[in-house]
Design a protein around this ligand. Structure first.
Ligand code: SAM
Length: 324
């Protein structure tokens, strides 16, 4: 059981009383086992984790590390592996748990490396990570000195993976809540830094997403935005007519200049483009821990510059911006 009291206290300190009032009911509703066929089974996996103790935790390395190989006998590590595999697929990571390396679908550490030296240092900051997946970057944010990190993600398997990792780690000021951004109350203005990475293109209204993100920030706060973009001039946007890289729920892929103009229009200032990188089949690939299809299956056979549908292959930009 996670003790949410420190989270409520931090939100009250940040004058987010409106959310504190809603949260207990939001958590109870989202984690109601009657609403999701696999939830009870996933919760049992976490409840029955073997008891492993360690004093070793490393949150500022490529793989989030908890425990060392010689902290536990081989048999306990094998038991842990069974529990972790019961929560397959592991998409975001890597993690190293008691000497076992979880080679996830994504090298999420590469994204972190691209942005970590370009953001306002996270020391003592209250951080929101919107669409945080299983919380890999939340741990890295904590490792970078954040006072508290709150991730939100509506996909329950992600939340369960986070809870398993957190149980191995032990109590820490990091939480992943089973919520979408649209469930946060209007006018929060509570966070020092808000991350939205890999979410904007999943939203039908990108402008509303940017306004929602702005609304979560304290005056002077910082947004770190990462999303799919296309090459092109100001005003150019790709709206796929059907699937994009076999994904059904992809909406707007702007050019970088267009995205920056959206941010300006939404009231952000000090807007900096800090990175543009085409996703490689080394960064996103199938592994033992994610055995389904991955990027190379979503691209055009014989031309890695195009998606399966013949559109420009995934390229991601990271933009940092502030509000007054
Ligand atoms: C492409 S993943 C990105 C994960 C992580 N932020 C990263 O950059 O590696 C997008 C995540 O956004 C989550 N998501 C989708 N709709 C969302 C919403 N309305 N609010 C918050 N998260 C959402 C998905 O469940 C998914 O885990």
């Amino acid at each position: 059981m996670i003790d949410y009291q420190p989270l409520y206290n931090a939100l009250l300190d940040a004058k987010a009383d409106a959310w504190v009032k809603l949260l207990p009911k939001q958590l109870a509703t989202a984690l109601d086992t009657a609403r999701h066929g696999n939830l009870e089974q996933w919760q049992t996996v976490i409840k029955c984790l073997p008891k492993l103790t360690t004093t070793y935790r490393l949150l500022n390395a490529d793989a989030v590390q908890i425990g060392r190989a010689d902290d536990v006998p081989d048999v306990a590590r094998m038991e842990l592996e069974q529990h972790l595999k019961a929560l397959h697929p592991w998409r975001k990571g890597p993690y190293n748990l008691f000497g076992m390396h979880i080679d996830t679908e994504w090298r999420s550490d590469w994204k972190w490396d691209r942005l970590k030296n370009h953001i306002t240092p996270l020391n003592h900051r209250l951080v929101l990570d919107v669409g945080c997946g299983n919380g890999y970057h939340c741990w890295r944010m904590l490792g970078a000195g954040a006072k508290m990190v709150i991730g939100i993600d509506p996909f329950l398997l992600n939340v369960m993976q986070f809870q398993l990792i957190r149980k191995l780690h032990g109590e820490a000021p990091v939480y992943v809540l089973p919520l979408g951004i649209e469930e946060l109350p209007y006018g929060l203005k509570a966070f020092d830094t808000v991350f939205s990475m890999g979410v904007l293109y999943h939203r039908r209204s990108p402008i509303d997403h940017l306004l929602e993100l702005r609304d979560c920030l304290q005056p002077g706060g910082e947004l770190v935005l990462e999303t799919l973009v296309i090459d092109g001039k100001l005003g150019e946007v790709l709206l796929p007519e059907g699937r994009y890289a076999k994904m059904r729920n992809v909406w707007f892929l702007p050019s970088c200049e267009t995205l920056m103009s959206w941010l300006k229009r939404c009231g952000f200032n000090n807007i900096r483009l800090i990175d543009v990188t085409q996703t490689s089949i080394e960064e996103q690939r199938s592994t033992e821990w994610m055995q389904f299809h991955s990027l190379k299956d979503f691209l055009c056979a014989g031309n890695l510059q195009l998606t399966y549908e013949g559109l420009p292959a995934p390229k991601r930009a990271i933009i940092v911006a502030n509000i007054a």
